[in-house]
Design a protein around this ligand. Structure first.
Ligand code: KG4
Length: 364
């Protein structure tokens, strides 16, 4: 039996035995496609095990100090075919072996998302296989379930708390199952990564600021400067005040010493990083305590940060947490997390129709 189109507009599928004259085994091969911002990524997962994860980053934005949406979608257009091709080659499979295509439906930049969504639609229609729409934020959380054939990473068991921190989000997510996630706290204004990137820009450092601040912070004194910390009720965050406090303090210090940034950039980076990490961890600790949960994970681009990773290990010792920190390559945007989410949805036959739209805003 081949692929078919159900009455409800979703792809359904019987047991494949023969397709295009080839015997198809019962192995499940999922191609994941991620194009929500400025990384074009494709990955192949076989029966839940990662075979390839190829990402093309876009250096074009560095000159502008931030992602330029129009340039991002143009670069995705150029990259998508070679990136998918490379992912299939590295996985050692032909596209006819694919069982389904999972793609990021949002949140993200509309022009960027549309490249991945349209590509996934075209390829799935030409191969006659189902499509799976994936929420980018759920993908970040489920990055903790990516495994290669030879890794020894222990995935969390349910329920666990996940601190999801990226350039666009800062959230505490209660993860009850692969598909049941609840945001219990989130930023009411800027995301942590956005605040770090903006402060880095104010200091005249490159883009993205996160990795630069991280590197400088390793040589600086985190107690050198203090910046305003938000006072927000519950588990919510706010980072816009910190950004303003950083800018105003810097302007004042530069009046006294025009070369202040050059003289103090390591201490500024370390103090900024410490402030952000303290704010993030305080609310996470409150949530973990209130909910009596000791399995705590971190996800999203900012989870690559050394200070944040160290804080997780410290809290593990201090509060008896079991912490889950993904590999660097699975923290920033990548298609492996989309493919693993797609794999779980495939097993539930949770497919989408050819009319599935991209969403620039969507919650977990
Ligand atoms: O998840 P991500 O790749 O993209 C989305 O925002 O969806 O996250 C990007 C963010 C940027 O703000 C970047 O500066 C930050 O993650 N980032 C870091 C580090 N590496 C990336 N922030 C702090 N320290 C890092 N090492």
């Amino acid at each position: 039996m081949g692929a078919y189109f159900c009455d409800d507009g979703k792809w359904g599928r019987g047991t494949y035995t023969l397709t295009m004259g080839k015997h198809i085994e019962n192995d499940i091969y999922i191609l994941g496609i991620e194009s929500s911002c400025d990384d074009t990524s494709a990955a192949v997962i076989k029966n839940g095990i990662l075979l390839s994860n190829v990402t093309a980053s876009q250096a074009v934005h560095e000159a502008y100090g931030g992602v330029v949406p129009e340039l991002a979608s143009r670069a995705h257009q150029q990259n998508i075919v070679p990136v998918v091709d490379q992912a299939l080659k590295q996985a050692g499979i032909e596209r006819e072996q694919l069982s389904a295509i999972a793609f990021t439906r949002g949140p993200g930049l509309m022009g960027s998302l549309l490249v991945g969504v349209s590509f996934a639609k075209g390829l799935s229609a030409s191969l006659g296989i189902p499509m799976i729409d994936v929420n980018h934020l759920q993908g970040h959380v489920l990055a903790h379930f990516i495994h290669t054939a030879d890794d020894d990473y222990e995935s969390p068991s349910f329920p666990f708390l996940c601190l999801l921190v990226s350039g666009g989000n800062s959230q505490i997510v209660l993860v009850k199952s692969y598909k049941d996630m609840q945001i219990i706290g989130q930023t009411i204004d800027d995301a942590a990564g956005e605040a770090i990137d903006k402060c880095s820009k104010v200091m005249g450092l490159g883009y993205p600021g996160g990795p630069i601040i991280d590197k400088l912070a390793r040589q600086g004194n985190p107690e050198a400067f203090t910046f305003n910390k938000p006072v927000i009720p519950g588990y919510d965050y706010s980072f816009s005040g910190l950004k303003t406090s950083f800018l105003y303090s810097l302007q004042k210090w530069i009046e006294e010493d025009p070369d202040f940034i050059a003289h103090h950039k390591e201490d500024l980076a370390a103090s900024l990083e410490k402030t952000v990490v303290d704010v993030l961890m305080k609310k996470l600790r409150l949530a973990a305590k209130d909910m009596k949960i000791r399995q705590v994970a971190v996800a999203g681009g900012v989870s690559a940060n050394t200070g944040l990773r160290n804080a997780f290990h410290e809290y593990a010792k201090r509060y008896g947490w079991k912490v889950y920190i993904p590999k660097f390559s699975y923290t920033t945007d990548n298609a492996a997390m989309i493919a693993i989410t797609g794999y779980f949805k495939y097993k539930d036959k949770d497919f989408c129709g050819i009319d599935a739209p991209a969403y620039s805003r969507v919650s977990v």
